[in-house]
Design a protein around this ligand. Structure first.
Ligand code: HH2
Length: 248
C-alpha cells in the first residue's frame, strides 16, 4: 500500500502532493513500482494535528481518486463517513479507517468494498500525551477482533496502529508480537513508514532519512506474516518483499 497524502501538513510528505496533477502522477508511479493499493488521504493524523473540515478534505481527495481509480486500487484514508462515502462513489474500493468506526459505510457499499480497521488510543490531537495499556498486544488484538467480528464487511483487514497512542515500548511490543495478530486469521496491515519512533531508534534521522529503517521494519512485519505494509517508499519495499518471498 503506497501512501499518497494530499495534505499541507503530513509529517513526512506534507505539501508535496497538494497539486492534483502531482498527486496523480505520484500515485501512478507507486503503482508502477509495485504498489497494489494507493492510499489517498486528505487529513493528517500526525500527533497534534488539527481536524480538517469535510469540504476541504473532499476537495483534496476526490479529483485524485477519480483520476487514479480506473487504473489502480485506491483506498481512502479518512475518519469521516461523508468522505468515505464520496470516495467510494469516486472509485475507491477500500476504506482505510484509523478510527475503526466506519464499517457501516463499507458494509453499505456492498461486497466490492473492503475495510481496514486500525487501532488508536485517543485521537490525534492528544494521543501521544500518556498512552497507557495493561497489556498492549492483547488489548489491541482483542479490540480489532471485536471490531472485525461486528463489521458486516466481507473484506476486513486489521492494523495495530503503530504510533497512534503508543509509546516506543508499545510500538516495539506490537512489532515483536505481530504473530499474535496474524494468529487471529484476519489479514494484518502494518504502517511503520518514516514514523518518529524510527527516527529515535536511528539516532535522530529526519522523516525522509528513515528509508532503511522503514524498509527493515516492513520486511520484519512481512516475515511475521503481515499481509500488507503501508509505505511511502514503494520501490525499496517491493524489492525487500520480493527478496523475502524468494527466500521463504
Ligand atoms: N499511519 C498513518 C496514516 N494512516 N493508516 C493505517 N492503516 N495504518 C497506519 O499506520 C497509518 C494510517 C500516519 O502516517 P502518514 O499518512 O504518513 O502521515 P499523516 O497522518 O501525517 O498524513
Amino acid at each position: 500500500m503506497g501512501v499518497l497524502n494530499v495534505t499541507p501538513d503530513s509529517f513526512s510528505d506534507g505539501g508535496r502532493w497538494l497539486d492534483p496533477g502531482a498527486a496523480v502522477a505520484h500515485g501512478l508511479q507507486m503503482a508502477a513500482e509495485g504498489a497494489d493499493v494507493v492510499d489517498v488521504g486528505g487529513e493528517s493524523t500526525r500527533p497534534g494535528a488539527e481536524p480538517v473540515p469535510v469540504d476541504e478534505e473532499l476537495r483534496r481527495v476526490l479529483p485524485v481518486i477519480e483520476a487514479l481509480a480506473p487504473s489502480v486500487r485506491v483506498s481512502i484514508d479518512t475518519r469521516k463517513a461523508e468522505v468515505a462515502e464520496a470516495a467510494i462513489a469516486a472509485g475507491a474500493t477500500l476504506v482505510n479507517d484509523v478510527s475503526a468506526s466506519l464499517a457501516p459505510v463499507a458494509a453499505a457499499a456492498g461486497p466490492g468494498v473492503g475495510w481496514v480497521a486500525m487501532h488508536m488510543q485517543g485521537d490525534p490531537r492528544t494521543m501521544q500525551e500518556s498512552p497507557t495499556y495493561r497489556d498492549v498486544v492483547a488489548e489491541v488484538r482483542d479490540f480489532l477482533v471485536e471490531r472485525a467480528a461486528s463489521a458486516g464487511v466481507a473484506e476486513v483487514w486489521i492494523d495495530p496502529g503503530i504510533g497512534f497512542g503508543k509509546t516506543m515500548a508499545h510500538n516495539l511490543a506490537l512489532l515483536a508480537h505481530l504473530d499474535e495478530l496474524v494468529a487471529t486469521g484476519l489479514p494484518v496491515v502494518v504502517g511503520t513508514s518514516r514514523k518518529s519512533f524510527l527516527g529515535r531508534l536511528t539516532g535522530g534521522a529526519p522523516a525522509d532519512d528513515r528509508v532503511e529503517a522503514s524498509v527493515a521494519t516492513a520486511a520484519w512485519a512481512l516475515a511475521q506474516g503481515a499481509a500488507m505494509v503501508r509505505v511511502h517508499d514503494v520501490a525499496p519495499t517491493v524489492a525487500a518483499a520480493r527478496l523475502l518471498s524468494r527466500s521463504a
